[in-house]
Design a protein around this ligand. Structure first.
Ligand code: SAH
Length: 219
């Protein structure tokens, strides 16, 4: 049983120490077998509080960053949430336990298919996935209560702002890519609330995400 995996308990304790206080977020992380979302080569490190490489040169986010993002979204069980960048599917699997439905878009076919396979194997019924360009969002399913970008942008695409309900929350890493010589944290995970007049912004923590890229790759 994953609930009793000591590595998961240790991870949750580490997240508590780092200031994550939302019990629902902590318990969603505790119930999500992260080892099933990383490749075999890295499964020994699955419960370390660090980002890890996945296929297509992408990364599965650090659990701390998943926790901060999920906490900032302040979801409840009535909400529909759009995620850009399915990647391994880990963040979507955590979110799906706390909201009505997650809609997750990925531009790499192999990652998209692999994540779908995982959701099926784990019998997670409330994640809808789409192979596509997240810059377009998912207009057929809009508007969303919450939107989470798990790839970095220099500014939030207008199409996504338009797909967020008024009063809705969008969380995104905003900033440039790190200089390859410097391991600097150069994006700010930012929480935005859509108000009647625009967006109210609050910076959360420094992060390093892979960039959100336009269009579709050749795979
Ligand atoms: N949320 C993921 C981590 C994502 S890494 C997890 O929990 O594992 C960022 C992902 O965003 C990568 O898989 C990358 O391919 C994807 N991505 C980048 N640009 C995109 C775009 N325009 N549309 C959809 N996905 C994109």
């Amino acid at each position: 049983m994953h609930e009793f995996d000591p590595r998961l308990i240790a991870l949750v304790m580490a997240l508590r120490k780092q200031g994550i206080i939302d019990a629902r977020v902590l318990s969603a992380i505790e119930r999500t077998p992260r080892d099933l979302f990383v490749g075999e080569a890295f499964s020994h490190a699955a419960y370390d509080n660090s980002a890890l490489p996945i296929a297509c040169g992408q990364t599965i986010s650090q659990p701390y960053v998943v926790a901060v993002s999920t906490e900032a979204l302040a979801v409840n069980e009535t909400m529909r949430v759009l995620e850009i960048g399915t990647g391994s599917g880990y963040q979507a699997a955590v979110l799906a336990q706390l909201c009505r439905r997650v809609y997750s878009i990925e531009r790499h076919r192999s990652l998209h298919l692999e994540a779908e396979r995982r959701f099926k194997a784990l019998r997670i019924p409330n994640i809808a996935t789409k192979l596509g360009d997240g810059f377009q969002g998912w207009p057929e399913q809009a508007p969303f209560d919450r939107i989470l970008l798990t790839a970095a942008v220099t500014e939030v695409p207008q199409a996504l702002i338009e797909q967020l309900k008024p009063g809705g929350i969008l969380v995104a890493p905003i900033g440039d890519q790190p200089d390859s010589n410097l391991e600097s944290n150069c994006q700010l995970l930012t929480k935005m609330i859509r108000t009647e007049t625009g967006l109210k912004k609050e910076a959360l923590i420094s992060v390093v995400f892979v960039p959100m890229l336009p269009g579709m790759p050749q795979d």
